[in-house]
Design a protein around this ligand. Structure first.
Ligand code: CTP
Length: 411
């Protein structure tokens, strides 16, 4: 199933140069499986043709309050009623001012006024207009009413100068909307900490030890948890993957840095998923100067053990019962037996045993073949996209969390 299968999104497009980026946003929603109704203001139609959106979404585009297409069966408010989320991207200063005052003189204004769905605004405008006190006050009022504002970025503006006012990246806007849609799902109100990627253990100022982890599995878990409504902290080693929107992102290069970030983040969290490939060893001494090559001899590098983050988290948080603790095991043989040893040895709730020898599975791939091993049993999953594996991991973790919450309630 696609991440936004059949979710009903209303995309409002207003009249700014960034309106062309709304085409990419609509396209991303369609690819994610959503039903997208586009509403354009008159000014927006000066920048992009309604036909562009209609071709992408395969649905009529709403452009006028008084010429609605008969087959849509909608009055001027029903679009807002059926929406699960309303996104306005780009949102001009003018539209923001109108929304702040509750004006409903066009289809977009009436849709927003007549919806109970959450509203997300992605402003885009000239930097001085954005900074202007009245725009900031309007945004403050809308925020106070529960609107989500996707901050514009600093960058090159339409006028050619640099400033803050550029529409946020379409991917990030879509990610944030995915999190907002997650509010009705089973992880809403929960806090999830995920680690991802390989750590880098420095040797000298230019060299480090690392591994083949791409970060894909951990990022997929962070995205899936966000899509199911969780507030997610993603603690990541260096990764070439784009940073997911709608999650708190923390960079942790080495195992030591990761440990420093994971421990406090777990305080009050409901779930920790250690998907990072933490290096087991680091250089005993890190040279402050670049190591020079040696003419004839080789270089002997002495390594010492890194702390086991998952084990330390289990020692500190295990007795509290929360967060639920999930670890990964990369195995090339005796998958389940080794995973069971890890489950008991590290005292965690669930081990995702990764068969790194299976085709299409393990490091750097888009898919994974895993067995979920926990106290209650084990579940062998077929080869699946990493996002789908993430969903199954979250299913089991949610079950464990519910049992734990019920157990606490009884005490
Ligand atoms: N882990 C950790 N801190 C470390 C090493 C690993 O928290 N210093 C976590 C990983 O994020 C993962 C799990 O522990 O969730 C992996 O356990 P580990 O025993 O390191 O597994 P493998 O690397 O598969 O181990 P082995 O070399 O024993 O096969």
């Amino acid at each position: 199933m696609l991440p936004l299968q059949d979710r009903r999104v209303v995309l409002g497009v207003t009249g700014g140069i960034a309106a062309y980026k709304a085409v990419e946003i609509a396209s991303q929603f369609v690819k994610l499986g959503a039903d997208v109704d586009v509403v354009m203001t008159a000014a927006a139609q000066q920048f992009v043709l309604p036909l562009t959106f209609q071709s992408l979404t395969k649905r009529p585009v709403v452009v006028d309050m008084f010429h609605l297409l008969a087959e849509m069966h909608i009055g001027h408010v029903s679009l807002g009623e059926r929406a699960e989320v309303v996104l306005i991207a780009p949102a001009t200063a003018n539209t923001i001012a109108k929304l702040a005052s509750g004006l409903a003189d066009d289809m977009l204004g009436s849709t927003v006024l007549a919806t109970r769905a959450p509203v997300v605004l992605a402003p885009a405008m000239n930097d001085l207009m954005y900074e202007n006190q009245v725009t900031q006050e309007n945004l403050g009022r809308l925020r106070a009413r529960g609107f989500t504002i996707v901050e514009p970025e600093y960058g090159r503006l339409a006028e050619g100068k640099m400033g803050k006012g550029r529409l946020a990246e379409p991917r990030v806007i879509v990610d944030i909307v995915r999190g907002v849609l997650g509010r009705t799902r089973d992880w809403a109100g929960k806090r999830v900490v995920v680690t991802a990627g390989g750590t880098q253990e420095p040797i000298d100022p230019v060299r480090y030890l690392t591994n083949r982890s791409s970060g894909r599995m951990g990022y997929a878990i962070a995205e899936a948890a966000r899509d199911r409504g969780a507030a997610v902290t993603l603690i990541s080693g260096l990764s070439s993957l784009p940073r997911p929107g709608g999650v708190e992102f923390v960079l942790a290069r080495s195992a030591a840095e990761m440990l420093e970030q994971v421990m406090p983040a777990c305080d009050g969290a409901d779930l920790l998923v250690m998907a990072a490939a933490v290096a087991d060893f680091r250089a005993a001494e890190v040279s402050t100067q670049k190591l020079k090559k040696f003419e004839e001899e080789g270089l002997v590098l002495r390594l010492v053990r890194n702390p086991d983050i998952l084990k330390l988290a289990a020692e500190r948080y295990g007795p509290l019962g929360l967060p639920v603790l999930v670890g990964f095991a990369a195995e090339s043989e005796n998958l389940v037996a080794n995973a069971r040893l890890k489950l008991a040895g590290k005292k965690v709730d669930l081990v995702v045993a990764n068969d790194i020898t299976a085709p299409g599975s393990g490091f750097g791939t888009e898919t994974n073949k895993v067995v979920l091993v926990h106290q209650g049993g084990e579940e062998e999953l077929p080869l699946l996209p990493k996002y789908d594996v993430a969903m199954r991991v979250l299913d089991v973790a949610r079950q464990i969390l519910s049992e734990r919450e019920q157990g606490r309630a009884r005490r």
